[in-house]
Write a protein that binds this ligand. Sequence first.
Ligand SMILES: Nc1ncnc2c1ncn2[C@@H]1O[C@H](COP(=O)(O)OP(=O)(O)O)[C@@H](O)[C@H]1O
Ligand SMILES: [Mg+2]
Length: 225
Amino acid sequence: MIEFYHVFKQYVKDQYALYDISLSIQKGEFIFLTGASGAGKSTLLKLIFKEELPSKGQILVNSNNINLIPQKELYLLRRNIGIVFQDFKLLANRTVYENVAIPLVVRGERKSAIDKMVVKVLAQVGLSHRKNYFPTHISGGEQQRVAIARAIVGNPKIVIADEPTGNLDTELSIEIFKIFEKINANGITTIIATHDRHLLNMFPKRTLRLDQGKYTPSGPAEATL
Ligand SMILES: Nc1ncnc2c1ncn2[C@@H]1O[C@H](COP(=O)(O)OP(=O)(O)O)[C@@H](O)[C@H]1O
Ligand SMILES: [Mg+2]
């Protein structure tokens, strides 16, 4: 589903944010990406949805070499990927319902189809009762659940979350991770960057660890790449 072949990323000369990364993530996997601040986690995630370009190496998503996707077809890649950020990135002047509907409005879905899908995902994240609220009138944990609903409303094949619980306390973080587990149980490949050891221990999943831009594969299948 996602493959990196000898991927390097330099933002500035002589400094590598990512150094010779080869890895493979299978369809339907639940992956944690961890490592200290500055290790390259956000950079690695950004390469998957082509927010940043690798300096060297190849990245395949759904067997497509994403280096070769022309700018005007980038939306097709992004359509398959739902993204969740640490700071939620909700629109303050739109209701919960409207925030979740955005990806569907953008792609021109009909109102009735939008309504069906938004109602469904709001129920999935336990927020049906908040649909007419504005983001500033709900809690941080609820705001993140809105962001998750927005990420999955378009039926993506992959969900990527960059430190999604970085602004939340432990109890709310556990709740959020359980929602990601439910999403993953529906077959969506789920990749979460976090450096929260407590959460990593609570949710035993395959964990990719970056250390100053380098990744050392642990399993034999990865080591042969
Ligand atoms: N836009 C950028 N310009 C220059 N350097 C960057 C940029 N983004 C990240 N970096 C550098 O790349 C390295 C990896 O950063 P990042 O991917 O954000 O790590 P993490 O998410 O693990 O904290 C860091 O040294 C960071 O300073
Ligand atoms: Mg980061």
